[in-house]
Design a binder for this molecule. Structure first.
Ligand code: NAD
Ligand code: ZN
Length: 353
């Protein structure tokens, strides 16, 4: 155990491109909350985006912000009324807590709640710190054999579980995943776990496609410089028929067009990748062939499923982690993520003595 007084070292974004390690107050849990000694935090593209640009859409960093939202930790204190967790429990943290009161919550679509507080989305602090306080019911106890790193990866995996549910994936489906970044890869793994027979994945990076192949993609297509219609024909050729659904995870306009052209008539395109605000898409093709286009935003009741997928061994997320750093090396870790080296950069926030 550390002998010096306990502190709350945190990775704080002070302003654009100005990320610093600072001591913050140690937060105390209120009723129905838990204090968590943060262990593992994966860096997400959005953390890098806030750091480099200072905003994502309408979310603007106006005050110092602790980054990080792909998190696991160990319960260090429980607030009044918490019964399902105790000190020492290892948990995965679902970062978005909805207001629980608006119509979207009542309708069972809490991911659409506009009053959600989401880790590392301004003005809400993230988890790249020694300690963090969160609502207890958004913390999920990890089975003993599930690692803290796997717990942190339940966040991107939950994005995939939601997208695959939105796509309606069932056993025997053929699936096109566009983009082989971390989100495309977890969608591939999740689609497979939900019963997909074959998965084709695209990217513009040969390295990422190689990684996807090793992780179990049946076919990979490098779309660089290719016309979406021509690639759609290639996708159908690989699979022997058009895919039942496409999950777009790059946000690129040409890739969204590919997703529509590729999908079989009556099938479904799920948009996960976030690109520019407005894109030109082959809407007539979607209309005439009744290809449904669906948005997919974060997750909804997906953490328990993501955790089950990992705990049962149906999904192995471990190979996604390509780089590891300590919290003290946060800047180096962010630089690694910024240049797109590897797949997932993981930061260890535990106190090393
Ligand atoms: P990433 O940038 O690591 O991966 C994107 C991949 O797409 C890269 O490998 C890139 O080479 C590839 N790409 C670029 N152009 C392409 C094209 N034309 N065709 C195919 N691939 C192409 O990002 P990520 O972390 O994997 O996230 C992917 C996207 O998902 C991002 O836009 C992110 O903002 C979004 N996202 C959405 C949600 C949601 O709730 N909807 C949640 C998390 C992330
Ligand atoms: Zn609400």
């Amino acid at each position: 155990m550390p002998s010096s007084p306990d502190t709350n070292l945190s990775a704080v974004l002070q302003s654009v491109k100005n990320l610093r390690l600072e001591e913050m107050p140690i937060p105390q849990p209120g009723p129905h909350q838990v204090q968590i000694a943060i262990q593992k935090v994966g860096i997400c593209g959005s953390d890098v985006h806030f750091w480099q640009r200072g905003y994502i859409g309408d979310y603007v960093v106006k005050a110092p912000l602790v980054l990080g939202h792909e998190t696991s930790g160990i319960i260090s204190a429980v607030g009044e009324g918490v019964t399902h967790l105790k000190k020492g429990d290892r948990v995965a943290i679902e970062p978005g807590v909805p207001c629980r009161r608006c119509d979207y919550n009542k309708e069972g679509r809490y991911n659409l709640c506009s009053h959600v507080t989401f880790c590392a989305t301004p003005p809400w602090h993230g988890t790249l710190a020694r300690y963090y306080v969160h609502d207890a019911d958004f913390c999920y106890k990890l089975p003993d054999h599930v690692s803290l790193e796997e717990g942190a990866l339940c966040e991107p995996l939950s994005v995939a579980v939601h997208a695959c549910r939105r796509a309606g994936i069932v056993i025997g489906y053929n699936v096109l995943v566009c983009g082989a970044g971390p989100i495309g890869l977890v969608n591939m793994l999740s689609a497979r776990a939900m019963g997909a027979s074959k998965v084709v994945i695209t990217d513009v990076s040969e390295e990422r496609l190689k990684f996807a192949k090793e992780l179990g993609a049946d076919h990979t297509i490098n779309v660089t410089g290719k016309d979406p219609k021509a690639v759609a024909a290639l996708v159908a050729e690989c699979l022997g028929r058009q895919p039942d659904c496409a999950i777009e995870c790059s946000g690129a306009e040409t890739s969204q067009a590919l997703a529509i052209y590729s999908t079989k008539s009556g099938g479904c395109v799920v948009l996960v990748g976030m690109g520019t605000l407005e894109n030109k898409l082959p809407i007539m093709d979607a209309l005439c062939r009744e290809v449904d286009i669906r948005g997919s935003f974060r997750y909804l009741n997906c953490y328990p499923t993501a955790l089950e997928m990992v705990a049962s061994g149906r999904v192995n997320v471990k190979p996604l982690i390509t780089h590891r750093y300590a919290l003290e090396q946060a800047l180096e870790a962010f630089e690694t993520a910024r240049i797109g080296a590897g797949i997932k950069v993981m930061i260890d926030c535990s106190r090393q003595q």
